[in-house]
Design a protein around this ligand. Structure first.
Ligand code: DOR
Ligand code: ZN
Length: 372
């Protein structure tokens, strides 16, 4: 007898370990989408100018909290906690890492190889050549390095940049700093997955919902589709399969990071459109759809709510959240509010089979619960 499908899933309120919230009108437009589902999020520092100091990170955190307060969310969502990060540069000093650690508000330092992606021009040109003092301080203080794992060498094919990064940057880095905590962000390849699975020491990887659900055909289905364009770019089906296997394996080295990266519609729909998919609004529904596709909904809670806090050394959330199997349509376009331009979410106009129902108080019941 085949088991009855799970129609309702209650889980510890999840966290998003990789999120772009931007600033100003865009921040105001998007912050509630994440806060409704997630208790905390690691906030990417690639603003203009980049968040390179603890002082700037604390000020940015203040703007996020103000935006949350203005968004009129229910108390549970309004308690959303932004976990701040610093943007690593060739000049980052060990004293800045110490200030970040002492603040208690900065939880990671982000490596953008210069030129790799959106607002990465202040990024690192030669990691082991310029950043050893900062990396030493991070290793000593247990401050994680969050890595955009792509080389920028124009001679390397765009689709190979993650695999080449492992050999050219990740292995030498981890050889020099074996105790450094490293998160290989937004994994997109079988090679990246294998590296995280096999590496000795404190290494983990985040996986986006879109890399679990789509392969690179999505970029070209029926025409060129800019809203599926992100970096690292979607890869072949065999890579998607490897990511899905890793995310649903129960391995605590893999956890949820949406990499939701909003851009205005005109910024995406132009002759040189920006990289980034806006997934925050339907993030959990997208992840649930991916886990359900391989019959592994029971593993969603570990991936979304348990593995990340364990790696970052933070407590597991105490509140809970419920998702249910119910068709929900992703809007064609999100009204980004007064002064802001519209955002087209990933999978705009498509129906998803799951939606976030509600939050519930008290922990205690089983994470999987069949509806009657
Ligand atoms: O697609 C992406 N968008 N990849 C990144 O690494 C950055 C992000 C953004 O900030 O828009
Ligand atoms: Zn990102």
């Amino acid at each position: 007898m085949t088991p009855a499908p799970v129609n309702r899933l209650e889980l510890i309120r999840p966290d998003d370990w990789h999120l772009h919230l931007r600033d100003g009108d865009m921040l105001q437009a998007v912050v509630s989408d994440s806060a409704r589902q997630f208790a905390r999020a690691i906030i990417m520092p690639n603003l203009k100018p980049a968040v390179t100091t603890t002082q700037a990170a604390i000020a940015y955190r203040g703007r996020i909290l103000e935006a949350l307060a203005r968004s009129g969310l229910a108390p549970e969502a309004a308690a959303f906690e932004p976990l701040m990060t610093l943007y690593l540069t060739d000049q980052t000093a060990p004293a800045e890492i110490q200030r970040a650690r002492d603040s208690g508000l900065v939880h990671g330092v982000k490596l953008y190889p210069a030129g790799a992606t959106t607002h990465s021009d202040q990024g690192v040109t030669d990691l082991l050549g310029h950043c050893r003092p900062a990396l030493e301080a991070m290793q000593a203080l247990g401050m994680p390095l969050l890595v955009h794992g792509e080389v920028t060498d124009p001679a390397v094919d765009l689709f190979d940049r993650e695999a080449v990064f492992i050999d050219r940057v990740m292995r030498p880095l981890r050889h020099a700093f074996p105790a450094l905590k490293v998160v290989f962000e937004h994994l997109t390849t079988a090679e990246g997955v294998a590296y995280v699975q096999e590496a000795d020491g404190p290494v983990a990887g985040t996986i986006t919902a879109h890399h679990l659900l789509y392969n690179r055909n999505a970029l070209f289905q029926g025409g060129l589709r800019p809203h599926w364009y992100c970096l690292p770019v979607l890869k072949r089906e065999r890579h998607r399969q490897a990511l899905l296997q890793a995310a649903t394996s129960g391995n605590a080295r893999f956890f949820l990071g949406t990499d939701s990266a909003p851009h205005t519609r005109p910024a995406k729909e132009q002759d040189c459109g920006c990289a980034g998919c806006y997934t925050a609004r339907h993030a959990l529904a997208l992840y649930a759809t991916a886990f359900d596709s391989v019959g592994q909904l029971a593993r969603l809670e570990g991936f979304a709510s348990l593995h990340g806090p364990a790696f970052y050394g933070l407590p597991v959330n105490t509140s809970r959240l419920v998702i249910e199997r119910a068709a929900d349509r992703v809007p064609e376009c999100l009204d980004a509010g007064a002064g802001a331009q519209a955002i087209v979410p990933l999978a705009a106009g498509e129906w998803l089979p799951w939606r976030v129902l509600d939050t519930v108080g008290d922990p205690g019941s089983s994470p999987l619960d069949d509806a009657p």
